[in-house]
Design a protein around this ligand. Structure first.
Ligand SMILES: [Zn+2]
Length: 324
């Protein structure tokens, strides 16, 4: 099994925003860089007569860069675009492809992009992104360890560029929707877009290349970081991870973090199970929100980015268990 780390030998293209990494012939993982404006990972799958791009980043500039690199790699001028879910770090690059190429999502994802996606874009244009940047600059004034300081500094670089670009971002919705699965046949290989229901959001689609055992999971699975459960159905999410595991993938490209093998799926399952266990214990102890904030991070999760999500995730799980 290939490890999720030490993958640099696979990097074939590198820009300020992402690296493009070899997975299998005709299949590449696009991994977002911390200081860049891609923010989420993407995928390039050359079907022969056309190329699928799985997710379009948070930035039209990064998406434009992606399509240029993908043209070079595949010699294709024809693209099909997929949006995995409504979160804007995966689809604000859509405008680069409209109206030349079809943009595909689940019916539900399109609906949420039209409501919540639109609302969040308006907020970010009205100063939301600028506020995030200001908060990061405030954080940098605090006493931070070197690792945290490095991450915040990179995020400031990223958000400074995103703030500059946001006036030019326009809401671009998918042009084609599906309910549960869609198989796309190319001259050289086929790919399936699958959704199994609510998990990370109310609708999450993955891209699966069955003949090669490659899966692009978007945020159902992230690697080496605390996931974001704020829009999730926590008790269903574990089932969605098992749905991905049932595909028996050999190569896994997560929504955020490095690519790897099946171990990424197992790690994600263990993380959510841990959050579930902690939430159950906290309910038993009748713990307050302050108690959650005082919880020490387990050693294996200590070095992960976004540690503030840990207590939030336990809290989200507690609420889900209580209302179940
Ligand atoms: Zn997401």
């Amino acid at each position: 099994m290939r490890s999720g780390f030490f993958m640099s030998k696979d990097i074939i293209v590198e820009t300020d925003n992402f690296t493009i990494e070899f997975v299998k012939p005709g299949i590449w993982a696009v991994i977002a860089k911390v200081g860049g404006v891609a923010v989420s990972n993407s995928g390039i799958v050359d079907l022969g007569d056309k190329t699928i791009l799985f997710d379009t980043f948070m930035s039209p500039l990064a998406a434009k860069e992606l399509v240029e690199k993908a043209k070079d790699l595949t010699n294709n001028e024809k693209f099909l675009i997929v949006n995995s879910h409504w979160h804007w770090d995966h689809n604000r690059g859509n405008q680069v492809f409209h109206p030349t190429f079809e943009i595909i999502s689940t019916t539900k994802t399109r609906e949420i992009m039209e409501s919540d996606g639109k609302e969040y874009l308006a907020k970010d244009k009205a100063g939301g992104l600028q506020n995030s940047l200001t908060n990061m600059k405030e954080t940098l004034k605090k006493d931070l360890d070197d690792d945290s300081r490095g991450i915040v500094t990179s995020l400031i670089t990223r958000y400074s560029k995103l703030v500059e670009e946001i006036p030019n971002v326009s809401l671009t919705l998918p042009s084609m929707t599906f309910e549960s699965s869609l198989t796309i046949y190319g001259s050289e290989r086929k790919a399936q877009i699958l959704t199994f229901g609510a998990g990370h959001t109310d609708s999450d689609a993955i891209l699966f290349i069955p003949d090669e055992g490659v899966v692009f999971t978007a945020d159902l699975i992230v690697n080496g970081r605390h996931l974001y459960m704020g829009d999730s159905t926590p008790l269903e999410w574990i089932n969605r991870i098992q749905d991905v595991a049932a595909l028996e993938p050999k190569f896994v490209i997560p929504g955020h973090g490095n690519k790897g093998g099946n171990e990424i799926v197992n790690n994600q399952e263990n993380y959510i199970k841990h959050i579930y266990e902690m939430a159950s214990q906290m309910i038993e102890k009748n713990a307050s929100r302050e108690d959650l904030d005082k919880l020490a991070l387990p050693d294996i999760y200590k070095s992960w980015p976004f540690p503030q999500n840990y207590a939030n995730n336990i809290n989200t799980m507690i609420n889900a268990l209580k209302s179940n």
